[in-house]
Write a protein that binds this ligand. Structure first.
Ligand code: SF4
Length: 252
């Protein structure tokens, strides 16, 4: 039997690997699927991917575990620039897809999960167990666990809070938790205003990419959050004035 842990860099999957080590659970390999924005730019927040590659994986390797970073064939930009050949809405045919639908994110399916699925598909499923980081206070997700998938957090009665404390104990809490309760892609349409502020203040070049994408003509998903029609340009204006106001107050 082969045992693989899917690591997202979040507290639950970090605690899963720690529990495997503490309890001597069998574990052959730890995999991380990196979403790519383009061929060369990661879709993961820079501090998060740095944490995975330079903090978490070296520690796991020092514990004797094999690690692997997977990447799907498609990038975020591939999906963004995909030209629709078929649609039940004729006016959409020939247009580019643009920003993904918030809440029905195709990036997760095509750029993250696909890499894991393909990797697992090449293995003998009857001889494989996957560790998935789901805590005991997520009963619905636990119920949906497919055959061959096991939660060590559930086995050892770990809540999300306990998983966070465990990850922290080993220095395995991603820096993303300093400003957010969740990780995710830097272009995520579900990002909170706090996360957007963080992106704008720290990674102006990535922020400018989102502004640039919104200016491309003739696309279907033409604003960053297609569900509630929030645009990055509106948020840019809001954050610009917020910052300008703070500067005036500071001056006064
Ligand atoms: S973090 Fe957001 S953009 Fe990235 S895969 Fe998940 S839902 Fe999609």
């Amino acid at each position: 039997m082969e045992y693989i842990a899917s690591f997202s860099g979040g507290k639950d999957s970090a605690a899963t690997v720690i529990l495997a080590k503490e309890h001597g659970e069998p574990l052959n390999e730890i995999i991380f699927s990196e979403v790519m924005y383009s061929e060369t730019i990661s879709g993961e927040l820079p501090e998060h991917i740095n944490f995975v590659k330079n903090v978490a994986f070296p520690l796991f390797e020092s514990w004797g575990y094999k690690t692997k970073i997977l990447r799907a064939e498609k990038t975020y930009l591939d999906l963004f620039y995909h030209t629709l050949k078929k649609s039940k809405y004729p006016e959409r045919i020939g247009k580019k897809a643009g920003f993904p639908m918030a809440g029905k994110c195709a990036v997760n399916r095509d750029c993250k999960v696909k890499a894991i699925r393909d990797y697992i598909a090449a293995k003998d499923k009857t001889q494989l167990t996957q560790y998935i980081g789901i805590a005991i206070d997520e009963p619905k997700r636990l119920e949906r666990l497919d055959e061959g998938k096991v939660s060590l957090l559930a086995k050892y009665n770990y809540t999300e809070e306990m998983a966070k404390a465990k990850a922290e104990e080993y220095g395995l809490l991603s820096p993303c938790y300093e400003y957010s309760t969740r990780g995710g892609c830097w272009f995520c349409p579900n990002a909170s205003i706090q996360e957007l502020k963080h992106l704008r203040n720290n990674y102006k070049e990535l922020w400018d990419e989102l502004l640039r994408l919104e200016e491309i003509p003739d696309i279907i998903g033409d604003v960053w959050n297609t569900r509630n029609r929030t645009s990055i340009h509106e948020i840019e204006e809001r954050l610009f004035w917020e910052k300008a106001q703070m500067t005036v107050y500071d001056f006064l």
